[in-house]
Design a protein around this ligand. Structure first.
Ligand code: URA
Length: 171
């Protein structure tokens, strides 16, 4: 399936209750041939407003930390396990994750990333497929708030960069 068609499905999705409080479905964005996919929890208020992932405070922090390790936003595919904002930015419920995860599955099967970075606990529900390396890291909104987590997050992203550099050599 083409991602444009999938995006249309996400914009119109009513498979769980979250669409009721949302302005936009936020499918995610990035190159179709991205080697690395980043999966967050779900869009926040800023993302809901403009329909793009990780554009609010946590997103700006994430992009800054990636850039410090030489990773460009435009080189990775960025999405979330759940594509609609949640009330008061609460964690998505299991039935909301279950309803939404087929969209992520399709994105993974189209993009075929070599590495999937799971940002925070909710993203750990991403289905694990053979041939893909999964790297679990702290969610940027937690890393942004707590110094000890920030240091750990910086290290984790540094490790990701090293892994990505090896990927280029493996080709
Ligand atoms: N947090 C997320 O998990 N995803 C976003 O898109 C924005 C903030």
């Amino acid at each position: 399936m083409a991602l444009e068609d999938l995006n249309l499905q996400i914009y119109g999705c009513k498979k769980c209750r979250l669409w009721l409080g949302a302005k936009h479905g936020v499918p995610g964005e990035g190159p179709l041939n991205a080697k690395v996919m980043l999966v967050g929890q779900n869009p926040g208020a800023d993302e809901d407003e403009i329909g793009r992932p990780f554009v609010g405070r946590a997103g700006k922090f994430l992009i800054k930390v990636l850039a410090e390790s030489g990773i460009k936003r435009e080189d990775v595919f960025i999405t979330n396990i759940v594509k609609h904002v949640s009330p008061q930015n609460r964690k998505p419920y299991p039935d909301e994750v279950a309803a939404c995860v087929p969209y992520l599955n399709t994105q993974i099967s189209v993009i075929k990333p070599k590495i999937i970075v799971l940002l925070g606990a909710s993203a750990k529900h991403t289905p694990r497929l053979e041939g893909i390396e999964y790297i679990e890291v702290i969610h940027p909104s937690a890393a942004m708030r707590f110094n000890n987590m920030r240091d750990k997050f910086n290290k984790q992203i540094g490790e990701l960069e090293k892994r990505m550099a090896k990927l280029t050599l493996e080709k």
